[in-house]
Write a protein that binds this ligand. Structure first.
Ligand code: S3P
Length: 173
């Protein structure tokens, strides 16, 4: 089985995914890290030198690769992964794949992201909390159409990572 975590930047996909993988004894795959490995450079560098369209094609191809691997795995996607091309359709069509949306409010995401936006090319230019909050509100509205197609949705506001992991486990088994 593959558990694919989706959700906006800052929703906790990587850290929750890591914790979940040790509880379930599954492999953990972080899609952004996989892309960085195959490209031999960082995500901001890919955006800067090759552009977003190149990145989106790459992330869809790397996801297809890791999802088709044989072992049980938790896969943490990037915030935009399910929102381009046929990525969400393909995930939903596969029987051994379960999609989980880690849902956070705009204010939770703004709080988490303001101090860690430098390495995130989509938001690194937003200098004030107000600008970031406005950007996330619009961006999340556009992306929610894709996120809401996930088979499971976990509302994460006000919960620590352990509680989110428990909630995911309860929703699965
Ligand atoms: C992106 C999110 C990032 C990374 C890239 C683009 C996005 O991943 O894939 O910077 O479009 O939301 P995280 O959600 O892990 O920050």
């Amino acid at each position: 089985m593959k558990l694919v975590l989706i959700g906006y930047m800052g929703s906790g996909k990587s850290s929750i995914g890591q914790k979940l993988s040790s509880v379930l004894n599954y492999n953990f795959i972080d899609l952004d890290s996989e892309i960085e490995k195959t490209e031999g450079t960082s995500i901001p560098d890919i955006f800067q030198h090759k552009g977003e369209i190149y990145f989106r094609k790459k992330e869809a191809a790397v996801l297809e690769d890791v999802v088709s691997g044989g072992d049980n795995a938790i896969i943490a996607t990037g915030g935009g992964t399910p929102c381009y091309g046929r990525v969400m359709d393909d995930l939903l069509e596969q029987e051994d794949v379960i999609t989980v949306y880690l849902k956070c409010s705009v204010d939770t995401l703004t709080d988490r992201l303001f101090n860690q936006k430098e390495h995130r090319p989509m938001i690194s230019h937003l200098d004030t909390v107000e600008l970031l909050n406005d950007f996330i509100r619009k961006h999340l509205f556009e992306r929610s159409f894709y996120y809401n197609r996930a088979e499971n949705t976990i509302v994460c506001d006000g919960m620590d990572e352990k509680e989110v992991v428990e909630k995911i486990l309860l929703s699965l088994f």
